[in-house]
Design a protein around this ligand. Sequence first.
Ligand code: 4FV
Length: 245
Amino acid sequence: MLHIGIITLFPEMFNILQQGVSGKALEKKLVQLERFYLRDYTQDARKTVDDRPYGGGPGMVMMVQPLRDAIHAAKKKLGEDTLTVYLSPQGKPVYQQQMVSFVESKKPLLLIAGRYEGIDERLIEQDIDQEWSMGDIVLSGGEIPAMAIIDAMIRLVPGALGDETSAKQDTFEDGLLEYPHYTRPRTLESLDVPEVLLRGNHRDIIRWRLKHALGRTWLKRPDLLDKLTLTSEQIILLQEFIEEL
Ligand code: 4FV
């Protein structure tokens, strides 16, 4: 079972995960989510978690003590082999294969969602194992990146998705963008569904889907293609796609 802890000032934000696929996985106990409310680990009556930055400047910085105590409490519950991750724009951008590998590792994960200007550097140096980033944008907190990561991981837990294979056929699963999808009606404002998808020949459909996954990746995300070593069949399909363009 995937065991994830979150240290946050807004635990109720994670109620969103009770909807949809993640909600079902929680009900089926395929994943266990533990929320640690940071203010529960403060030592003053006002439950202070932040203070002014040394050196001056705008905003506030999150203090070490409440975060450190929350991390220790969380690791007691999750296990000492927990990977402690701080969400931050300074982190390594997350990517799908990283999610796959982590879920396969079956290790517990502790996510720390920062607020304000961020957290005291000394906590990062001493108590954080890794910093992960959701992308080169600046958010008001790490909660939404944490939720995105939890959602991406839950989908990979066996049994979380109705059809086991759909997590495997996802975009990025084989390093490619996904092929185009169509559903009823068959004709929409004179735009038809590609004929090959209607004929029901599975070999042709698989071939068409791989060709368009390769073609779309070439068009939209050539950087992903650079990371792959294409088979001779994939090279032929991509060339076919480019010629048809
Ligand atoms: C972020 C990101 C992010 C920065 C200051 C929270 C905010 C505030 N986290 N990927 N991009 N965090 O913008 O993970 O504390």
